[in-house]
Write a protein that binds this ligand. Structure first.
Ligand code: NAD
Ligand code: AKB
Length: 314
């Protein structure tokens, strides 16, 4: 069993639940503290230590880190793209100040490693739509994207100036069955499965031909763990790595679901999230991650759909 003591902030969210459980199998249950504003998620209840924490309270965060001998932090707490647009000032404050609190404490306490996720939302409508490269024009138009773009440069700054070993991935839209998504533009790709199984019908808030980069949660968790395990000299990008596995539209995923549920139907009623989706790339070039630390996905649209339906039916 590995020796580090880990804090996961935002542990009750879509990624946090699965990441906390995965980290506990590697580092031991008692060595991974889950922290969040919310009550512990059902899957986390009784599975290990949980602490109620507001990441904006820097003193409380600092005390928690020192008192528990924390050596690594996975900082996941944020407002996502759709909810961010409803309260831009709040989203900016949480997404920026939360990260700066973590980075400042990491520097002062010489923590060994920090993980902070960025997003494909850093890209805007002036970035290439297809195979969007690691380095390109980046002009985000959502407050979420602006905060992720600024956050990437803060991570790079703390690495360059103070040697904080902070690592990051630009996750695509993540699809999972263990925990609910938390207010993003790509959430339709999770909702569609629940509605297909419950009602055999889904009204999608994006147009049928809206292609977006997506990834199944087991691949995202593995990418995170592999990035964090990689020797420091292999991590050449200290802003955030592009990672990719699949890209599809609402129409394509609905056709894939129909292979399993033949009478499933879908209609389209685009809302404000269409504008956000239209500003993002349709697919991502992640060759830098593949070259630097050997990233490779396991799931495509067909295998992800099969696994989602199988697990949601249980
Ligand atoms: P989520 O909304 O499901 O979870 C975020 C968690 O943070 C929630 O449990 C929430 O209660 C908690 N939180 C909010 N404010 C807090 C605070 N002040 N203090 C402590 N906890 C607080 O989000 P997620 O989908 O799990 O995303 C986690 C991270 O990954 C975010 O930074 C997000 O931007 C990034 N990301 C997610 C996706 C995705 O598709 N899920 C894609 C790209 C990037
Ligand atoms: C969102 O849609 O906001 C997230 C993301 C891609 O960052 N899923």
């Amino acid at each position: 069993m590995k020796k580090d003591k880990i804090l996961v902030i935002g542990a009750c969210g879509q990624i946090g639940v699965e990441l906390t459980l995965a980290l506990r199998t590697i580092y031991g249950v008692e060595n991974v503290i889950a922290a969040d504003l919310r009550e512990p998620n059902q899957l986390l209840q009784g599975s290990g230590p949980y602490i109620s924490l507001d990441v904006m309270n820097k003193e409380a965060l600092w005390e928690l880190i020192v008192d528990n001998g924390i050596t690594q932090v996975y900082h996941l707490a944020a407002l996502l793209s759709a909810t961010g647009e409803k309260n831009p000032q709040f989203a900016w404050n949480l997404n920026m100040q939360g990260l700066l609190n973590v980075l400042e404490i990491a520097k002062k306490e010489k923590l060994s490693k920090i993980f902070w996720p960025s997003s494909i939302a850093v890209f805007g409508s002036t970035s290439p739509k297809q195979n969007c490269p690691q380095q390109t024009i980046i002009e985000p138009t959502t407050v979420y994207g602006i905060s992720k773009h600024a956050g990437e440069f803060w991570c790079n700054y703390f690495f360059m100036q103070y040697g904080v070993d902070v690592r990051s991935l630009r996750y695509p839209g993540l699809i999972s069955y263990k925990s609910e998504p938390g207010g993003g533009t790509t959430d339709y790709a999770v909702e569609i499965f629940h509605h297909a199984l419950k009602n055999k019908y889904y009204e999608c808030f994006l147009k049928e031909d809206t292609y977006l980069p997506m990834m199944y949660m087991p691949d995202a968790i593995r990418a995170t763990l592999e990035l964090m395990e990689a020797p420091a000299e292999k991590i050449k990008v200290r802003t955030s790595y592009n990672i990719s596995s699949m890209s599809f539209s609402p129409k394509e995923i609905s056709l894939e679901i129909k292979k399993h549920i033949p009478d499933f139907s879908i209609t389209y009623k685009p809302d404000y999230r269409q504008t956000i989706a239209d500003s993002w790339p349709q697919s991502i070039d992640d060759s830098t991650a593949r070259n630097d630390w050997d990233w490779k996905e396991k799931y495509d649209l067909a295998t992800m759909t099969n696994d989602m339906l199988k697990n949601l039916k249980l």
